[in-house]
Design a binder for this molecule. Structure first.
Ligand SMILES: [Zn+2]
Length: 323
């Protein structure tokens, strides 16, 4: 009886996943045509990340199912063939909503903080929620800055544990700035602080971080995890968020990659490269194990391939034509 209930529950959840995937993809395509520069890489990355999570979570998932009843499929398959071919063999480096966030920031402009929050709030409220799990949806946005340019991040839009573990590990190994990755790897993949490695950081005084609940449209204090990782002051006492799940990781990573503030980041006194490599190996080993346990993921059991997005194929043809 429980099994039957569980199957039905999962089927409903999968339907919501397909609906939300379709909404996000359509939204991305609409935004992409409005932006003058070529942002099609973000569409490619979104597609792959959604397909990967769909396949990981629901064994009957096929990308085609997202597009049933619409005529988008053929165009997308010919413009973004890699996303359709590599979603079972390549790991996404970030979660889907993060690609959507980047497109929104491109469209609206990083300086328009309130408009970006508003857009995120509207988009988030159109997505279907399944009980308490926010499928392909982020709860939080974080805005980080040192001078005038604002950098944005969202919390992981992965609603099941293996998906979240995989994307956090992939972001640590292949996407985030090393300061952020070090802080997260101090805990990840376990919840406890590693005895041999402390990569937690303290931010320079000029760096600001503001977290905002997208759906409830209100400011939030940093959580205990973010306080542990980045030294953010908080009034929270209960640790509810997995390390690396929060929006702060992404916005700070972008800030560190783009602004000259990293030399003023305080690292722990006993940080060293050797221990960092060991922590990285630990994250990698765990990632491989999680992937190995997932029968839908196809790989050679050796190297992990991370998905590198590409611009839409016909946009490259356009460029050739213009030459
Ligand atoms: Zn947090």
């Amino acid at each position: 009886m429980f099994f039957l209930y569980f199957r039905e529950d999962l089927r409903i959840e999968a339907t919501h996943f397909l609906e939300n995937a379709f909404l996000l993809i359509v939204k991305m395509l609409e935004m992409e045509v409005e932006i003058e520069e070529d942002t099609s890489e973000l569409v490619d990355e979104l597609l792959h990340s959604i397909f990967f999570l769909g396949r990981l979570t629901y064994q009957f998932f096929l990308p085609e199912r997202i597009f049933e009843g619409s005529d988008l499929l053929d165009d997308l398959m010919s413009n973004y063939p890699n996303a359709f071919e590599l979603y079972m063999s390549h790991v996404p480096r970030r979660s889907p909503f993060s690609c959507v966030l980047d497109m929104i920031v491109h469209l609206i402009g990083q300086e328009n903080v309130e408009l970006i929050k508003e857009e995120l709030g509207q988009l988030s409220s159109t997505l279907v929620q399944n009980d308490n799990s926010k499928i392909l949806n982020s709860t939080m946005v974080c805005i980080s800055w040192a001078e005038s340019v604002r950098y944005y991040g969202v919390s992981m839009s992965t609603h099941h544990k293996p998906g979240r573990q995989i994307v956090i590990a992939a972001s640590c190994l292949n996407f985030w700035d090393d300061c952020v990755a070090d802080a997260v790897m101090t805990y990840c993949p376990q919840k406890k602080k590693k005895k041999y490695f402390d990569g937690t950081i303290r931010l320079p005084a000029e760096v600001r971080c503001e977290a905002f609940n997208i759906r409830e449209r209100r400011s939030m204090p940093p959580c205990v995890s973010c306080s542990d990782l980045f030294g953010l002051q908080t009034t929270e006492t209960e640790n509810k968020s997995p390390y690396g799940n929060c929006a702060e990781a992404e916005s700070l990573s972008k800030l560190f990659k783009n602004e000259n503030v990293k030399e003023r980041v305080q690292r722990s006194d006993n940080w060293n490269k050797q221990d960092r490599t060991r922590a990285e190996q630990d994250v990698l080993r765990h990632l491989k194990q999680v992937l190995k346990n997932n029968q839908h993921f196809e790989w050679n059991n050796k190297e992990i391939n991370f998905y590198i997005p590409h611009a839409r194929l016909d946009s490259e043809e356009d460029e050739d034509f213009n030459m």
